[in-house]
Design a protein around this ligand. Structure first.
Ligand code: P53
Length: 473
C-alpha cells in the first residue's frame, strides 16, 4: 500500500456535535440546539422544526455534548498522541455571530478558536476547517427561513470573511458547506429552513441550494485573495448508487440518483450548472432566480479540491416489489444482499469507497480528501476502562485498504479524516451510544457520565497506521 509521503492522516469532528457550551461566552443558539434526544423526537424535530420549537423536551444533547469546549487541550493532546497530521473541525457560526446578522463578531467566540488552533500548532497538526456544519444560527431560521432567502449569502460571506482574516496563516484548508447535497434530504440541517408549508418544496430547496453555491464561490474567491496559500474544498455526502439489477431501467435510475448529489459538485468543481439540470428543473417545476453576476461568480471561483463523506454505497431499483429498505439511513437506500449491516442498519462496503473515489476523480480530475468515514457502533467500556472495538478496526482497515487501492488506480487524494475520532453526538439520532471514535467518552444517551476520555483498542491500531504511513493495517 503506497500512500503519498505527505498524506494527511487524521480525524474529523463538528462543532455542533462535540463542543457543548451552547450558551457560553455570548454564543447564540444554533439549529441543532433545539433538537432533542431520542430517535423519534429527533426525527420529528428535524422534519417539523417549527412545531418542535414550541415544545419543551427534557434533554438536548448538543447543549453539553462531550464538552470539547472545556476539554479541547486534553482532546487535541490525545489526537497528537495518535500522530495526527490533520484535524477536521468546524467553526460554530453562532459562537461568532450569535444572531447571524450582527454587525460585529463576538470576540470571545473568535478567541476560543484562536486557542484551539494554537493547540493544534503546538503538535504540528494542520486544521481542516468546515465553515458551516449543520449549525446555522437559529435566529436566521426564525427571521429568513434560512437559505431560502438570498440575504443569507451576504451574512455568510461576512462571517467567512471575518474568520478567514482572523485565522489567516493558522488554517490553510477550508470547506464551505458540510455535505452540501444534504439540503435536499434534511432541509433544516442543511439549509436552516422549514419546507413543509410551501407550495413547491423542490423550488425552495433548489433556490436555497443556488444561494449556497453562489456563497461558496464567493468565499472561495475571498479565501484565495486573503491568503493565496488557502485551499478551499466542497464537501459531498458521497456513496455510489448501484442498480439493483442489470435492467437498463435500474441502471438509469442509479445514474439519476447519483446526479442528484453530483449536481452540487458539478457546479462547485466545474463552475456551471450541468446540462441535465434544465430537464430536472422542468420536471420539478423549478425556476432558479439568479442575480446578474451569479453565473460569472460560479464560473470564476471553483474549488481546489473535492472532499466527501463515505459510509456506504447506495442501491436503487425501479421495481415496486423490491421494498426492503435499510433502516437508519436518511438517504433512502435498499438493502444490498451482498453487504453486512451495522446495528444502526448502515451497510458496510469498503470496495464501494474505491469505486466512489474513482468515479469522482474521473468526473472532476481534482484532488480528493476523504473527510468522513467510519463505523457507528455500540461500545462496551470494561472495568479496566478498555474498549475492545475490533469491529471498528476491521471496518477502518478494509476502507483504508480500498482507499489505498484507489490511489494506486491513479486517484490523487490528499488525506483521510475518519469521522468522530473522539466519540460525539450522532447527527441523525442524537445518541451518544452510536460511537465512531478511537477515544471513548463516558457519557450516555441521557446526558449521564463523567465525560472522562479513554483510549479504545482502535486508538493503538490507528497510531500504528499513521506511523507506518498506511503500511501496517
Ligand atoms: P450519524 C446521514 C444522516 C445525518 C448526517 O451520521 C449524515 C448522514 C450521512 O449519510 O452525515 C454525516 O451521526 C455528517 C455528520 C454525521 C455523520 O454523517 O447520524 O456530516 O455530522 O455525524 C454520521 O451517525
Amino acid at each position: 500500500m503506497v500512500f503519498p509521503e505527505k498524506f494527511l492522516w487524521g480525524g474529523a469532528t463538528a462543532a455542533n456535535q462535540c463542543e457543548g457550551a451552547y450558551d457560553t461566552a455570548g454564543k447564540g443558539l444554533s439549529l441543532v440546539d433545539i433538537l432533542p434526544a431520542a430517535k423519534e423526537n429527533r426525527e420529528y424535530a428535524l422534519f417539523h422544526p417549527k412545531e418542535a420549537m414550541q415544545k419543551e423536551y427534557s434533554y438536548y444533547p448538543s447543549h453539553e455534548s462531550i464538552d470539547f469546549y472545556h476539554h479541547y487541550k486534553e482532546d487535541i493532546k490525545l489526537l497528537a498522541e495518535m500522530g495526527y497530521r490533520v484535524f477536521r473541525m468546524s467553526l460554530s457560526w453562532p459562537r461568532i455571530f450569535p444572531n447571524g446578522d450582527d454587525a460585529e463578531p463576538n470576540e470571545a467566540g473568535l478567541k476560543f478558536y484562536d486557542d484551539v488552533f494554537a493547540e493544534c500548532q503546538k503538535y504540528g497538526i494542520e486544521p481542516l476547517v468546515t465553515l458551516n456544519h449543520f449549525d446555522t444560527p437559529l435566529a436566521l431560521f426564525d427571521k429568513y427561513n434560512g437559505w431560502s432567502d438570498r440575504s443569507l449569502i451576504k451574512l455568510y460571506v461576512h462571517y467567512c470573511e471575518t474568520v478567514l482574516k482572523r485565522y489567516r496563516g493558522k488554517v490553510h484548508y477550508w470547506l464551505t458547506f458540510n455535505e452540501i447535497n444534504m439540503i435536499l434530504h434534511i432541509p433544516f440541517l442543511g439549509g436552516g429552513m422549514d419546507v413543509n408549508n410551501v407550495e413547491n418544496s423542490e423550488q425552495v430547496k433548489y433556490q436555497a441550494a443556488h444561494h449556497q453555491l453562489v456563497a461558496s464561490a464567493l468565499v472561495t474567491k475571498l479565501a484565495h485573495e486573503i491568503d493565496p496559500e488557502n485551499k478551499v474544498g466542497c464537501m459531498l455526502a458521497a456513496g455510489q448508487t448501484y442498480p439493483y439489477t442489470c435492467a437498463p431501467e435500474d441502471v438509469f435510475a442509479a445514474m439519476q440518483a447519483d446526479r442528484e448529489s453530483y449536481f452540487f459538485i458539478d457546479v462547485q468543481a466545474r463552475g456551471y450548472y450541468p446540462s441535465y439540470a434544465e430537464r430536472v428543473f422542468a420536471n420539478k417545476d423549478v425556476t432558479i432566480e439568479m442575480a446578474a453576476d451569479d453565473k460569472k461568480i460560479l464560473r470564476e471561483h471553483t474549488v481546489d479540491f473535492i472532499s466527501f463523506s463515505y459510509y456506504s454505497s447506495r442501491l436503487t431499483s425501479t421495481d415496486p416489489e423490491v421494498k426492503s429498505k435499510t433502516a437508519g439511513n436518511i438517504f433512502a437506500s435498499l438493502k444490498n444482499p451482498y453487504l453486512k449491516t451495522s446495528s444502526w442498519g448502515w451497510q458496510t462496503d469498503a470496495l464501494g469507497l474505491r469505486i466512489t473515489m474513482n468515479q469522482i476523480y474521473d468526473r472532476y480530475q481534482k484532488p480528493l480528501f476523504v473527510v468522513e468515514n467510519g463505523l457507528g457502533e455500540k461500545d462496551v467500556l470494561t472495568e479496566e476502562h478498555a474498549v475492545h472495538d475490533e469491529y471498528r478496526i476491521a471496518y477502518l482497515k478494509d476502507n483504508i485498504k480500498e482507499m489505498g487501492e484507489a490511489i494506486a488506480d491513479g486517484v490523487e487524494c490528499w488525506g483521510y479524516t475518519s469521522w468522530g475520532c473522539i466519540d460525539l453526538v450522532s447527527a441523525g439520532s442524537g445518541e451518544m451510544s452510536k460511537r465512531y471514535g478511537y477515544i471513548y467518552v463516558d457519557r450516555d444517551d441521557n446526558g449521564n457520565g463523567s465525560l472522562r476520555r479513554y483510549k479504545k483498542d482502535s486508538f493503538n491500531w490507528y497510531t500504528k497506521v499513521i506511523a507506518s504511513n498506511g503500511q501496517l493495517l
